[in-house]
Design a protein around this ligand. Sequence first.
Ligand code: 13P
Length: 248
Amino acid sequence: MRRKIVAANWKMNGSNDLADALVGEVREGLAKLDNGVEVVIIPPALYIARVQQLVGERAWLGVQDIAPWGEGAYTGEISAGMAADSGCRFAIVGHSERRELFGETDAVIADKVSQGLAAKLNLILCVGETLHQREAGLAVDVVSAQLKEALKGVSGSDWKHIVVAYEPVWAIGTGKTATAEDAQAVHGAMRSVLAEMGAPAQDLSLLYGGSVKPNNAAELFAQPDIDGGLIGGASLKASDFLAICEAF
Ligand code: 13P
């Protein structure tokens, strides 16, 4: 059975006050939720300890990025081992904002994947095409290449620590969502690529991200190959985030 996952990527948003208010409300809402969804809260790293205290047992914690190296002289970086040591079970790798703003290549992302797996983290690998690439009919090609490069070092039982999030770049923070059919088409193609790569593709959770809101989550999550969501803006409002968690 595939895991149903909804993950909150706060990005570079938040404060101690927001964490207190938001996580308190989310915790109360999750206590009433019994649809089997696994919830992951991924705040900026500085707030992980605080969120961990507030959230209780019902949600996992995650980190928004990890270094492609182990510990050492890498000022400003956070290693996968440190994230695990601080209570994180999940790490996002390869978010399009990091690919675009920080020049992250698939090779760097592959190194992050191997560091994360060594630290026994579950990795949420983000992939997705730009608008230009979609209009050129290249969405599946782009996403397939990203999967093959970033996950080329994964084998055996490590696959069970891999979650993929399809986040079309043109849908992130724009209010434009891929239609459920378009998202399903890419998710189905991703599952085939993962199978070709030797992954237990039917068991892997594939998330959709990009302007997921309470009014579109149910239709997206009803698709046969969409197993949950990676939520940006709507994860900062407890009622919206909870409504998305309920949308299975
Ligand atoms: P939005 O939900 O704000 O579009 O962000 C999606 C995203 O990038 C999650 O990682």
